[in-house]
Design a protein around this ligand. Structure first.
Ligand code: FE2
Length: 247
């Protein structure tokens, strides 16, 4: 499966340095998410079959990103296509899961489909929900790594697609403030600038499913790194005070 993935990704080649960076970014992200999911899974004492399944989901969860960026030059689903659905379409088209029974195929597609939704449905099968929760946690861990490194990087070497090319304007949107103070997940639709985007990521703490993931976020100080690159305004202090007493 890894060979298929690498070969598939390498069909996307660009002379444009920025475009090639976008492809490399998602390939590297995928490889790290595979490691993160195995790490969380091992701490949850999953058996070998479950770990393998988790790793396959991680390997394939963002397969739609490559065609998305190539076709639309953006990672913003609302401005292009649902990258999870596109990924499932590609996996079916290449019959990547041909060696598996229908029930396993369905489980993998299900976890991929829900990995990027704002929230999980309530009426899905338990095993699908379990693996969806797992990939959501592993994915968030690596996105937090990528964005915190990005926020702390010097000017001049920045790929704006990481932050969806959002404008770095002052202030935050009221909707985002209200969502976070209600412990709800910030909907990407309410994100209007870079500050909102940073707060959305801080708010992921309310959408973490497993204790080992939460422990890793704390160990790696991701929340502190996000706070450091946000302005010193009252609303943001309130949000972080609230987050810190909630976790
Ligand atoms: Fe991802």
């Amino acid at each position: 499966m890894r060979t298929w993935f690498t070969d598939y990704v390498h069909t996307f080649k660009f002379v444009d340095r920025g475009m090639q960076q976008n492809i490399d970014l998602k390939e590297d992200h995928t490889m790290r998410v595979c490691k993160e999911i195995l790490n969380i899974g091992a701490q949850l004492r999953l058996n070998d079959d479950e770990l393998r399944l988790a790793e396959i989901i991680a390997l394939l969860h963002d397969v739609g990103r490559f065609e998305q960026i190539s076709r639309y030059q953006t990672f913003m689903d609302s401005k292009s296509v649902d990258h999870a659905e596109l990924g499932i379409k590609i996996l079916k088209q290449f019959d990547v899961l041909k060696q598996f029974d229908d029930s396993i195929k369905e489980l993998i597609f299900c976890a991929i489909k829900y990995h990027s939704k704002p929230s999980l449905p309530v009426d899905e099968k338990e095993n699908c929900m379990f693996f969806s929760r797992l990939i959501r946690d592993a994915d968030k861990l690596d996105i937090l790594k990528v964005v915190t490194e990005y926020y702390h990087r010097k000017e001049g070497e920045k790929n704006g697609n990481i932050v969806l090319n959002l404008p770095d304007t002052p202030g935050i949107s009221e909707e985002v403030y209200r969502n976070l103070m209600n412990k709800s997940i910030v909907n990407i639709e309410h994100v209007t600038n870079l500050n909102d985007f940073k707060l959305l990521q801080a708010g992921w703490i309310f959408d973490i499913n497993f204790q080992p993931t939460l422990d890793i976020i704390k160990q790696r100080c991701y929340l502190e790194m996000i706070r450091e690159v946000l302005p010193e305004i009252k609303e943001i202090d309130e949000i972080f005070d609230f987050i810190n007493v909630s976790i």
